[in-house]
Ligand binder design. Sequence first.
Ligand code: MG
Ligand code: MG
Ligand code: MG
Length: 309
Amino acid sequence: MSNIYVIGHKSPDLDSVVAAISYANLKNKIENTDIYKPVIAGEANKETKYILEKYNVALPEKLDSLAGKKVILVDHNEFAQAQEGIEDAEIVEILDHHKLDFKYSNPIEVIIKPWGASCSIITSLYMQNLVEIEKSMATCMLAAMLVDTVITKSPTCTDIDIELIKHLSGVAEVSSFEDFGMEIFKVRSDISDLSDEEIIKSDFKDFNFKDGKFGIGQVETADLSVFEPREGALLEKMEEMIEQEAYHSVVLFLTDIIKGGSRFLVTSTDEARVEKALGSSLENKRLYIDGIMSRKKQVAPKFSEEFDK
Ligand code: MG
Ligand code: MG
Ligand code: MG
């Protein structure tokens, strides 16, 4: 049997990488095989490397093209966010927690839940199938859920996620998931050795709206002030992306996970309409909005309402 590659989105975040690893492992166990191979769609970010190294879980290899391959997409379903070659891949399954934006010529298995993390869905599948989650795997899955739900504070976090986070904390022998979450966000907040591009691209998604291509990056941090001296350079780099990669707008929002709000840096071919989408005015391409923590539930919908009518 040929391999089936389990892969998350481009600009891989912790949830997409750990979802690929843990879901491939679950499928292999259930079907008593080893054909499911976790792979990644790009360079792993800082906290992903930190967590996998710390808990001795191998970082999957990068797969540069999906063309001609059998694949399971985890943590995404929009082609704009999928690895190159997706149009020529055989998609066998999707497991995700984002809105469905997917058309396909064959009937396939689609598992989508409106939960806070792909790893939450996978945890529940381990439980349903009575497959034991090994401690190191449980710790990585817990870490992914804490990042995606911003330590349960994100509006995307559901009661089920909280139940599953508590359950995995037990398996992982983590006494305080809040402390564990803060440990990971501290790793994220150290940006001193990251280039401007690495900061922008560390969690970056493309959206193909009717009025153009939008790139929306997010950084969740425990310390907004470390970004302040770099905002000008970040905006310059984003401006360059607009010119070179034909974006309508490139937006980076820096989420203060303690205060529960986000500082937006905006470069756009039509700033006035971005202001309309966000419902407030920019000052020198910058803006703080209280209460905004989620791209999926709050930011992307604002842009799609304005630019994807
Ligand atoms: Mg993700
Ligand atoms: Mg996710
Ligand atoms: Mg996220």
